[in-house]
Design a protein around this ligand. Sequence first.
Ligand code: AMP
Length: 218
Amino acid sequence: MGRLILVVLGKQGAGKGTQCKRLAERFQIPHVSTGDMLRAAVKAGTPVGRDVAAVLEAGALVSDDLVNRLVEERFTQPDAAGGALLDGFPRTFAQAEALEAILGEDGVKLCVNLDVPVELVTQRLSARRVCVDCGAIYTDTDPEAISGVCSVCGGQVIQRADDQPEAIRSRLEVYERDTAPLLDFYRERGLLVSVDGSRAPDEVTADIVAVIGERLSR
Ligand code: AMP
């Protein structure tokens, strides 16, 4: 069967991060989020972080070369030997092609599209709060969001700069223009499955787990 490499696609706020965290635990493979990696670089003040900080804040995409290198390097780490859940990568055709080159024969097994209407993702993103340390996700009415303290790690819970209305609008435009065409890329390869992501997280997870089980037993 080889490595379990899953690509999770969907608009910002479709629930990719939430679902990937659960699936990573369930399948014992790492959750590889290029957004988390880039935010960590910004927070740590590395040279890469300094270069990309303004791009992230505006909700634009950083260069294909840079994220391709990050992902290639991530796959050299031992914990990714059994597979990975890719969240937020690939986001462009060039990245999808680079991913095929990085993985070679033992490539992407499935691409899960979390399908959620634009009105609902806009609502979710406006209400989203995150822990700056562990990435735990909350909504604005959760006690952690109100107190500003993460119940998982004690870190600070904030609203991401790119979850402000102007940045949300431009990120969703970028998604439609650059990332939505990847649905066809994976459909043509017979790898695409769409799941209704507008339901409660548990229901969505159950659906994805069933789809993966069905695929892996073929
Ligand atoms: P995310 O957490 O996936 O919404 O990513 C946050 C931000 O990181 C995006 O708005 C981009 O600025 C940047 N980013 C994350 N992944 C990528 C990628 N694959 N290609 C280009 N930019 C990315």
